[in-house]
Design a protein around this ligand. Sequence first.
Ligand code: S5P
Length: 245
Amino acid sequence: MSLQERLLSIVEKKKSNLCVAADFENSADVLRIAEQVGPHICMLKTHADILVDFSQEFVTSLQDLAKKHNFLIFEDRKFADIGKTVQHQYSAGTLKISSWADVVTVNVLPGPGVIQGLKAALSEQEQRSRGCLVIAEMSSADNLATADYTKHAVEIGEAAGDFLLGFICQHRVSQKPGVLHFTPGVKLQAGGDNLGQCYLTPEEIVGRRGCDIIIVGRGICQADCPASTAQTYQKVAYELYQKRQ
Ligand code: S5P
């Protein structure tokens, strides 16, 4: 089963096109949220470089939770260097991301070599079970992803074959069959934060703009009850997703 098929089967089985962004400094908080929201998500997104106590034990516990609740692990590393550097950043260092993350994000500003660098870190077998999301658009105010940049990013992503799981975007950007659209900057109420983040609603993102997977961080992680809030996002987003199928 390809990674795309794996994700889509989770989406269908769990009736969830929700990815929760667990942006915490302590691994215990990431694991706590993963346990709370696990039944309601198709993916859990991490920023492992935020953690003050990253460890192999954390990775093992996260993988156990991913198995228990059936979700993919998505490390939002946003690789953005020459291929050779990215190859090492992906597989080596203290994080050894390629050993535990099913999915990673990549900025294609350096050109196609950045994706070749990711692939070079993996065996052929590993390449079939891992994938990347190319950042085509961002949710932050005044970002530099112009329509022209987005067009080229989509071309580079589409050329990556099965290693491309989809795009991080604010609209549907690719017509290629099987390519998925992942959108951060989502809250039940539109708005923003004080550092440029812009939020749109699931109705806008999934209903009107045709994106597939919503990525929600603070809207769920800072709620009084993350589990029931995740369930609300799950229900709203999946109904909108299903209406489109
Ligand atoms: O354009 C983007 C791309 C990403 S991956 N805008 C984003 O906000 N993200 C990530 O999504 C960001 O790094 C964070 O982890 C998450 C949004 O978190 P929230 O708390 O604002 O929902």
